[in-house]
Design a protein around this ligand. Structure first.
Ligand code: ADP
Ligand code: MG
Ligand code: ZN
Length: 479
């Protein structure tokens, strides 16, 4: 009996406004605990929330980019529960009337076909604070309310995903769209994107869904994929042995490499949602929505297509470059009017991305800026340096931040194109390798490569290889 997984995701994206959702406190990450708080976000009695317009704008921007229906009339609701990181004992969220209704994104399924993943809604809510354990030697825990009231967009999918890899690709697509539209950097180390996954199993061919399990609050896509793989195995094993599942909320423990039960449905909260009486409904006029729609930037899918048509890149190159908004920008800036964009694309994909990985940095921290990378390519194009020397030059640009011309000048790496200088070295090599030359003239054609190599070696790779080849051939034939 075969089973298939049914997966739905709830993705929390932190919107990058400067101030919080309902007060003017800063959203800046990493501040001294509780330094960004006020009576509103601390939930002190009598304090009243005032909605930040930017939160609504960014929420609609994201909603439009996700193809959502924008209702124009949405309502904030109180989601009641008690937890130490939630000082009001309710979270302001949206329930019956979300900012963004149904939408969809296209991903590739495991067969490489396009697949539409539908979203039920994408609503606004405020974040909670953060509990700090293990820092006090006396064993007490602290709570930092800086994050309380920071704006989140919660994107809820239909149970349309079928495999952990599809889930991974969906999340990647969401992250790209959020970054492209500029509503969030989605820096997962700062908790700017967090995921709850819902998964159940059903026999292939069956129509109805099985009992789902929810795995909460993961902040890495790799963990989402791993947790899903483990959970699919666990549920399948239970079902195959004739067991039944009860609906649970679980947590993924990366150390144990397992999902563990947190609570069952019976212990689940009844949130007693009701419209927040302190906040009026949000009414967004059609012209405001249309204005935001007009200002939407190019989205990842469109940019990938454009990179193929405009720069003549392969789908593969374009996919890699566009997977990061910043890398795609870097590429376009470096290219400018350069006649061989494919060469710059290759260089970014191999050399630049290798450095980013090795040095564990983002492209914005790379000392080689787009104009200086372009400078390197100008030197290759006008014959000042060979492609091989360019790698050496690039390494020095990476470590020093100097531009290509400076490096070439200082290290004396200029390509030798002076005929007499090359000829002198060819003469030396011919004299030192009489036997090899005889082999070549006697018909051993691959002896030629060795001789070229010797000339290049003596010039420390700086001789123009084309000239060396031509001149050496003439020299030997006369020999
Ligand atoms: P809950 O009331 O438990 O929060 P929802 O109906 O709001 O459940 O759905 C939450 C998420 O779970 C959605 O992303 C939805 O697609 C997904 N989901 C719902 N039913 C199932 C199921 N049987 N198997 C897997 N995912 C499901
Ligand atoms: Mg839910
Ligand atoms: Zn505040």
């Amino acid at each position: 009996m075969s089973y298939e997984a049914i997966i739905g995701l709830e993705v929390h994206v932190q919107l990058n406004t400067r101030s919080k959702t309902f007060c003017s406190c800063s959203t800046m990450f990493g501040a001294k605990p509780n330094s960004h708080t006020c009576p509103v976000c601390l939930g002190l009695p009598g304090a009243l929330p005032v909605l930040n317009k930017e939160v609504v704008k960014k929420g609609i921007t994201a909603g439009l980019a996700l193809g959502c229906e924008i209702s124009g009339h949405s309502v904030f609701a109180r989601k009641n529960y008690f937890y130490p990181d939630l000082p009001k004992a309710y979270q302001i969220s949206q329930y019956a009337e979300p900012l963004n209704g149904r939408g969809s994104v296209i991903i590739r399924d495991d067969q490489g076909e396009d697949k539409k993943i539908e979203m039920t809604r994408a609503h606004l809510e405020e974040d909670a604070g953060k509990l700090v354990h293990d820092e006090d030697p006396n064993g007490s825990s602290g709570v930092d309310y800086n994050r309380c009231g920071v704006p989140l967009l919660e994107i809820v999918t239909e149970p349309d995903l079928r495999t952990p890899r599809e889930a991974y690709r969906f999340l990647t697509a969401i992250k790209e769209i959020m970054q492209y539209t500029g509503v969030s950097e989605c820096n997962m180390e700062k908790g700017e994107l967090r995921v709850d996954v819902n998964v159940s199993m059903r026999r292939i061919g069956e129509k109805s869904f099985g009992v789902k399990q929810e795995i909460k609050n993961m902040n890495s896509f790799a963990n989402v994929k791993r947790a899903l793989e483990l959970e699919i195995k666990r549920q399948t094993k239970i079902l195959k042995s004739g067991g039944t599942l009860v609906q649970e909320t679980r947590l993924f423990d990366p150390q144990k490499n397992a999902t563990v039960s947190m609570r069952t449905k019976e212990e689940a909260h009844d949130y007693r949602y009701f419209p927040d009486p302190d906040l009026v409904p949000v009414i967004t006029k059609t012209d405001v929505i249309e204005d935001i729609r007009k200002k939407l930037p190019e989205l990842p899918e469109a940019r990938r297509d454009r990179f193929v048509s405009q720069y003549g890149l392969t789908d593969y190159d374009s996919e890699i470059l566009c997977s990061s908004f910043r890398i795609a920008n870097y590429f376009e800036e470096a290219c400018g009017d350069f006649s061989k964009p494919k060469k710059i694309a290759n260089w970014i994909i191999t050399e630049v991305m290798r450095v980013l990985k090795e040095d564990r940095i983002g492209i914005e921290q790379l000392k080689v800026t787009p104009p200086t990378l372009r400078g390197l390519f100008d030197l290759i194009e006008n014959g000042t340096i060979s492609g091989k020397i360019a790698k050496e030059v690039f390494e020095m640009m990476v470590s020093t931040g100097k531009n290509a011309e400076q490096v070439v000048e200082e290290k004396g790496l200029k390509q030798v194109t002076d005929e007499s200088a090359i000829e002198k070295i060819i003469d030396e090599v011919v004299a030192e390798n009489e036997k090899v030359v005889a082999d070549y003239t006697g018909g051993k054609k691959n002896a030629f490569g060795f001789l070229v190599g010797q000339v290049m070696k003596k010039t420390r790779g700086k001789a123009n290889p084309k000239m060396v080849n031509e001149m050496l051939k003439i020299k030997i034939e006369k020999h």
